[in-house]
Ligand binder design. Structure first.
Ligand code: ADP
Ligand code: MG
Ligand code: MG
Length: 212
């Protein structure tokens, strides 16, 4: 199945809807170990990105331009740390599919992996530091590993969702080494990281979109 700009527009609006449904829960999670705005930040960012990409002409606009448009809109809408992290993710996804008009399954997986790598390069977090990377990194790795063993794209994204959920759950037992909650030391123990929780929602939405 080739994925074109039209499908990517749908992916953005579906993800924005799922993030919006979880806005309050994400703020509550961030209220425990951060400043309580993560749901508002993610909701504002995904709404803005979704709105901006839906305004593009699906026939004339290539996926790279769509991802770059999403990056700009997300960055402009979000003042929190998640803004530049997701903006970089979208920009990298755009670079990964440069010059393509439609995306093959492998192209899409390249873009997915580039999102995780972009977040990691921008935020300089490693796994184990209680950030969204604890969901994104294992998710991207699981998707690529599934692909290497011959899985189709839905199975790859299923594997990514499972890895993201496990990674998010694992943040409960971590002390934060990056971001606002790193100031809390041991007091962050016992609580999942809000950015990892929102990453699960985003990855679930991408997976749901692909298996629709
Ligand atoms: P802020 O802390 O500025 O209010 P948000 O509430 O939007 O930003 O996002 C907080 C989340 O950002 C954290 O839960 C964590 O997952 C993520 N985060 C913070 N710093 C980094 C980083 N350097 N690398 C990756 N993720 C990070
Ligand atoms: Mg916050
Ligand atoms: Mg904040």
């Amino acid at each position: 199945m080739a994925i074109a700009t039209r499908e990517l527009q749908q992916m953005f609006s579906l993800t924005a809807e799922e993030v919006a449904k979880n806005r309050d829960r994400l703020c509550e999670l961030d209220g425990v170990i951060g400043d309580g705005d993560h749901g508002l930040a993610m909701d504002a960012g995904w709404q803005a990105a979704s709105k901006a990409v839906l305004q593009l002409d699906e026939v004339e606009v290539a996926p790279t331009f769509l991802f770059n448009t999403a990056a700009k809109a997300f960055l402009n809408a979000v003042g929190a740390s998640s803004g530049p992290l997701y903006a970089t993710a979208f920009m990298r996804a755009g670079t990964a599919v440069k010059d393509k008009h439609t995306l093959s399954d492998d192209d899409f997986l390249d873009a997915f992996r580039a999102m995780a790598q972009g977040i990691q390069d921008r935020g300089k977090a490693e796994t184990g530091e209680k950030t969204m990377i604890d969901a994104w990194r294992p998710a991207a790795d699981a998707a690529m590993e599934a692909r290497r063993t011959g899985a189709n794209i839905s199975a790859c994204l299923d594997a990514a969702v499972r890895a993201a959920r496990d990674g998010c759950e694992a943040t409960r037992d971590m002390v934060a080494a990056k971001g606002r909650s790193s100031r809390l030391g041991d007091r962050a123990l016992g609580h999942i990281d809000p950015g990892a929780a929102s990453a699960v929602i985003v990855i679930e939405a991408i997976s749901a979109f692909l298996t629709r």
